[in-house]
Design a protein around this ligand. Structure first.
Ligand code: F3S
Ligand code: F3S
Length: 105
């Protein structure tokens, strides 16, 4: 799977969403999250992000390694909706991300 890391928090550019062929990039309150089971590893989203927040799971920088878990665990309650567009903004975040101080410059 691919993982959305820290640079997305409080930015949410959403250019990635338009690139995903399976609509598996879900919106939280402060970040977006890639569904680990729905993502087909096509990689189209990665170059689309202007702040380089997206990484293949094996390539996530060490400082952001916990974002792999955040992307996976975000779906503990959502399950596998099979499409992000119909959900829109879920209004929630993984606790680790919800606890971050504001990331806006
Ligand atoms: Fe976030 Fe980048 Fe997508 S900022 S919403 S991962 S384009
Ligand atoms: Fe979609 Fe990116 Fe995965 S475009 S299929 S979330 S690699």
């Amino acid at each position: 799977t691919y993982v959305i890391a820290q640079p997305c928090v409080d930015v949410k550019d959403k250019a990635c969403i338009d690139e995903c062929p399976v609509d598996c990039i879900y919106e939280g309150e402060r970040s977006l999250y890639i569904h680990p089971d729905e993502c087909v590893d096509c990689g189209a989203c990665e170059p689309a992000c202007p702040v380089e927040a997206i990484y293949y799971e094996d390539d996530v920088p060490e400082e952001w390694s916990e974002y792999y878990t955040a992307n996976v665990d975000f779906f503990d309650e959502l399950g596998s909706p099979g499409g992000a567009a119909k959900l829109g903004n879920t209004g929630t975040d993984h606790p680790m991300i919800a606890a971050l101080p504001p990331q806006n410059q």
